[in-house]
Design a binder for this molecule. Structure first.
Ligand code: HH2
Length: 254
């Protein structure tokens, strides 16, 4: 899954693809590099990010979506109306960091046949990194995802449409993220494919001392660890390089 943030303030590529033509070109480039899914986001959810209005989110996303209808596109949003508009404009998947927690979000997805990614987050982006606490991060994330999957199924979203994501960096310290990565296999028996989003994240910065633009090597190491932990979808900014990691890992795993 290749990331295209149509935002001015995303932590690693903010402002680069705010212009629709730049975002369309980047989506096509990532697909050519081998991304099976392009994840389009119109709202930064980095720690401390300010929320954008629904109109602004739609204004950023829809024109791009309309031009890349031939690609498999997921839309990274928490808003039911954005979900509906995105699905009408050709999106194949909804990627929700709030796991369809907004009123109406589950219904919006249930009414379609799209795929959906349910992600765990503790708190809200504006405040989530203020001393997050867990008694047992792996168990708590697992319990949350298990419950959300059950609720989705009850609402009519078949299990085969669902992907689960522990939400690295969303209300989690570096230690929490590393514990989740090390124990990713414990999430496998949720019975849905696992998505991991570690690309350029601050845990890599903490481990290497490097700013977001210099975290490629760290991101590739994280990608390999996630694959070894059973992740089936990697959400990344650097598709070409990550495809090489996958090729090496697949040969080794064969
Ligand atoms: N991470 C980000 C955004 N959306 N979605 C899922 N499912 N999993 C993730 O780990 C995830 C996500 C944050 O990264 P990015 O989009 O690069 O930055 P920003 O939120 O600043 O736009």
């Amino acid at each position: 899954m290749g990331v295209v943030n149509v935002t001015p303030d995303s932590f690693s590529d903010g402002g680069r693809f705010l212009d629709a033509q730049a975002a369309i070109a980047q989506a096509r480039r990532l697909a050519e590099e081998g991304a099976d899914i392009v994840d389009l986001g119109g709202e930064s959810t980095r720690p401390g990010a300010a929320p954008v209005s629904e109109e602004e989110e739609l204004r950023r996303i829809v024109p791009v979506l309309e031009q890349v209808g031939d690609l498999c596109v997921s839309v990274d949003t928490r808003r039911p109306r954005v979900m509906e508009r995105a699905l009408a404009a050709g999106a194949s998947m909804i990627n929700d960091i709030q796991a369809l927690g907004a009123p109406g979000a589950m219904d919006a997805v249930a009414r379609s046949q799209c795929a959906v990614c349910l992600m765990h987050m503790k708190g809200e982006p504006a405040t989530m990194q203020r001393e997050p606490h867990y008694d047992d991060v792996v168990r708590e994330v697992r319990a949350f995802l298990s419950q959300r999957i059950a609720e989705c199924e009850k609402a009519g979203i078949a299990r085969g449409r669902i992907v689960a994501d522990p939400g690295f960096g969303f209300g989690k310290t570096a230690e929490h993220n590393l514990a989740l990565l090390k124990n990713l296999r414990m999430l496998e028996n949720l019975g849905v494919p696992l998505l991991a989003g570690l690309s350029r994240k601050s845990t890599i910065g903490k481990l290497t001392g490097r700013p977001p633009q210099e975290r490629l090597a760290g991101s590739l190491a994280m990608a390999l660890l996630a694959l070894q932990g059973g992740a089936k979808i990697l959400r990344v900014h650097d598709v070409k390089e990550t495809k090489d990691v996958i090729a090496v890992w697949q040969a080794h795993d064969a």
